[in-house]
Write a protein of this length. Structure first.
Length: 319
């Protein structure tokens, strides 16, 4: 059995200049290796967007084509891709994320000696002001109210989606990444893969969220796999929801009550309300929202005091 050092040596040898074509073929795999499931899915989706733009048969082929064109033509292709994304009306943040994935891929290629250059396509300038208000408590109440009379599988599932986004201030990517095994109804907890993290964080479920989860599992069942699945009426096997699916669910529910709502707006409303309920206790709310710059000892402090669980219960009780 090869040792770790011999495997590393083998990897280095396969990247030698004499076999650069082989290295190009494995570039995407190397780029995606070691990523968390959520980050892996995001990068793969971003690279798939570039593949679709180029018309290449695979992501690997699109990457190889980009590297083989040379410095000037590669940047021209990236500029054309940027323009295409903007013409489609994508948000600056989305465009910049997709360009960042391309730049990172080419940067790895340069590190491996495949090319001597990098992509220099600038990011899109977005508005400096970000609306962090969301639909507010009344708006979230309206969304849940529109589901009160719904006992069908989709209605029960959609109620859970709203509860997870608001009660726990989860991002939609975090919501769709949940598996059944992440849920412990008896203990009243859920394990969440936070943004930029490789380990799941345990979060306490407020009673209302726990009840919505129990109702949904009674409909879905407890078979292993993605927690949130589609409710296909054609009798097909259920598959896990995507971030786009969650976006459409929230937008449709909002439109039904005369509001323009997006998933991140529910997180914004949750965090804003948390700050109000805690009289601006940023330390507690940081535990709750899991924003960047969280210290290593935070998980221990939170486990001792359960700040996130305390805030989540207070937020959920406002509905």
């Amino acid at each position: 059995m090869p040792t770790k050092s011999s495997t590393t040596a083998l990897t280095v040898r396969t990247l030698a200049p004499a076999v650069l074509p082989r290295a190009r073929e494995g570039l995407v795999a190397l780029f995606l290796a070691g990523r968390s499931p959520r980050t892996l899915r995001a990068y793969r989706d971003d690279l798939e967007g570039y593949r679709a733009f180029t018309g290449a048969p695979t992501i690997d082929a699109a990457a190889a084509q980009l590297l083989e064109t040379g410095h000037g033509e590669a940047n021209a292709a990236a500029l054309a891709y940027r323009a295409s994304l903007l013409e489609r009306g994508l948000a600056p943040a989305t465009v910049n994320r997709r360009l960042a994935a391309l730049r990172s891929l080419v940067k790895l290629a340069r590190t491996l000696g495949l090319v001597p250059w990098t992509l220099e396509v600038p990011a899109v300038k977005g508005e400096s002001y970000r609306d962090t208000r969301g639909p507010g408590v009344e708006g979230v109440r309206a969304l849940l109210g529109s589901l009160d009379a719904r006992q069908d599988a989709k209605g029960v599932r959609d109620r859970l989606i709203i509860r997870l986004l608001y009660d726990l201030a989860l991002r939609r990517a975090e919501v769709v990444s949940l598996d059944v095994e992440d849920v412990d109804l008896l203990a009243g907890t859920v394990a969440v893969f936070g943004k930029g993290r490789r380990e799941k964080l345990l979060r306490t479920l407020p009673d209302a969220t726990r009840a919505a989860l129990a109702a949904y599992l009674a409909v879905r069942g407890t078979a292993p796999g993605p927690l949130l699945v589609n409710c296909d009426r054609a009798g097909k096997a259920p598959t896990g929801l995507t971030t786009t699916s969650v976006y459409r669910v929230v937008r449709a529910l909002g439109a039904g009550v005369g509001l323009s709502v997006r998933p991140h707006g529910l997180r914004h409303s949750s965090i804003t309300e948390a700050l109000r309920l805690t009289n601006g206790d940023v330390r507690k709310v940081q535990r709750f929202s899991r924003h960047a710059d969280v210290r290593v000892l935070q998980r221990y402090d939170d486990a001792r005091e359960d700040f996130a669980g305390e805030v989540a219960r207070e937020v959920a009780a406002t509905l």
